[in-house]
Design a protein around this ligand. Structure first.
Ligand SMILES: *Cc1c(COP(=O)(O)O)cnc(C)c1O
Length: 477
């Protein structure tokens, strides 16, 4: 198409004002406001101009498009005013899926957010005295209860303080800056980890103004390596949990007890970045070797850092628990003010912690998902498959197979939970096409693909979502 023709086409496009004056636009303007409608008209016209420039229109096609302008503007407006952050059905079986928002909140947490965040609250107000209060008190008292530990011999875990910041990355930054600014922190080369989303221990260390003192080798570090590296500039010994990987083969890593003993002997604090930090005994769901917050504090670690939205199952937050004098230094650091969290987080965290205090573990969705049995998952899967019927549509084939769910979120990287999966294949659609269809469902359904099959794991699907999932599968035909 020639440039002359194109300029004739451009002239056929109405102006924004002309479109605004159309009768259909008047009603839309009254409903959604002049500014929003005008912006949508400009967006639609700009798109048409672009398409003319690309040579996608002849005169007839353009006349048609101009005739359909009002409908296009309405669609554009609806899209620009709709939500971008949407609820999904997680059928991946990854309980703590960072891309899918990690831990879904407990019902009680949502209720508390609703009750306190839409009103004024005593976030920093002492109701007894009528004076200014501290926001920490709302959850510190519950952490004290959960982390108090009369029954165990050895180090006393009494008097543990906890503060809350934006996430665990912030917790590590604040702790390192408060305890080791201008000095050295000793870390094993086998623990210089990177967690997804560009959290790298060496980077956080340099941002905190502490100097990383690496010891040992990637696969083997001994307690002597730490001991030899201690000098007058040493401020802290750091242990980092290998959240998302394992080192196997010819390896050595000193036990936490040895590090505690060394820290005591040399009068240095010992900090452990746990990452996931369970407040719940994972051994009860068959997962061994994943350290809990209480395990570390009992052994004598001075400071532990962990996430609120990983194994704890609460809102995004970074928790710092440990020796009161060290936590007090962090609280008085001006970085704490920059990294502190909002009332929404305190409301959700307090309700989540109360469920732990009441030992109501099934009230916390991620704990419930970890505890649900393979048999129960299998029963629900069978119900879905039989609801779709023996013919299962023309092309869709459903099977039940054994499989494994994972915890995710950098917890217990090699620990898996046995599960039953619904495996989908389709006569006319590839596995990727099936996944795209499932993502287009409302709410979107996220599945995984293995060996050409789409696998759905109901461990991470809420039972009340089963009906929607069934309908979505039935519609695949
Ligand atoms: C997940 C994780 C972090 C980062 O925590 P966020 O809450 O995502 O900021 C840091 N350290 C370890 C060991 C982790 O597993």
């Amino acid at each position: 198409m020639s440039a002359v023709n194109k300029s004739a086409l451009f002239q056929k496009l109405p102006s924004t004002d002309e479109v605004l004056r159309r009768p259909e636009m008047q009603a839309l303007t009254q409903r959604e406001g002049h500014a929003a409608v005008a912006e949508s008209i400009r967006a639609v016209l700009a798109r048409l101009r672009q398409e003319i420039a690309w040579g996608e229109f002849d005169e007839k096609a353009l006349t048609l498009a101009v005739g359909g302008l009002s409908a296009a503007v309405e669609r554009e407006l609806r899209q620009s005013l709709s939500y971008s952050l949407l609820p999904l059905i997680n059928a991946t079986g990854v309980i703590l899926h960072t891309n899918l928002g990690r831990a879904p909140l407990a019902a009680a947490a949502l209720e508390r957010v609703q009750a306190t965040a839409g009103a004024y609250s005593n976030l920093e107000f002492d109701l007894a005295t009528g004076e200014r209060g501290k926001r920490d008190v709302h959850v510190d008292r519950l952490f004290r209860k959960l982390l108090a530990d009369e029954s165990v011999e050895g180090h006393s875990v009494d008097g543990v303080s906890t503060i809350v910041v934006n996430n665990n990355a912030a917790a590590v930054l604040l702790a390192l800056n408060s305890l080791a600014e201008g000095g050295e922190v000793i870390v094993s080369r086998g623990e210089l980890v990177e967690i997804g989303g560009s959290f790298r221990i060496p980077d956080v260390m340099s941002k905190s103004n502490a100097t990383l003192r690496e010891v040992g080798t990637t696969n083997r570090t001994r307690i002597d390596d730490y001991e030899r590296a201690i000098n007058e500039r040493t401020r802290l010994l750091l242990r980092v949990h290998r959240s998302n990987f394992e080192i196997s083969g010819f390896t050595a890593q000193p036990g936490l007890e040895e590090l505690v003993a060394l820290a005591l002997r040399r009068n240095l604090p010992l900090m452990e970045d746990l990452g996931s930090g369970a407040l719940f005994d994972l051994r009860s769901v068959g997962i061994n070797g994943e350290p809990g917050v209480l395990d570390s504090l009992r052994l004598g670690v001075d400071i532990v850092t962990y996430s609120g939205d990983k194994l704890l199952g609460g809102p995004q937050a970074g928790l710092i628990s440990g020796r009161a004098d060290l936590v007090a230094r962090m609280r008085s650091n001006s970085l704490f003010r920059a990294l502190r969290v909002d009332k929404l987080t305190y409301a959700a965290l307090e309700a989540t912690l109360l469920a732990y205090v009441k030992r109501d573990h099934d009230a916390v969705p991620v704990l419930r998902m970890m505890r649900v049995s393979k048999d129960e998952i299998g029963r629900r899967a069978e119900e879905i498959v039989s609801a779709i019927g023996p013919d299962q549509g023309k092309h869709l084939k459903l099977e039940l197979v054994d499989g494994e769910s994972v915890i995710g979120g950098g917890a217990a990287p090699s620990a898996v939970l046995p599960t039953r999966l619904i495996a989908l294949t389709h006569g006319e659609l590839s596995a990727d096409e099936l996944c795209a269809r499932l993502r287009a469902n409302v709410p979107g359904i996220i599945a995984r693909v293995e060996e050409g099959r789409v696998l759905l794991d109901l461990r991470t699907v809420f039972p009340e979502q089963d009906a929607n999932l069934t309908a979505a599968l039935a519609s695949l035909g």
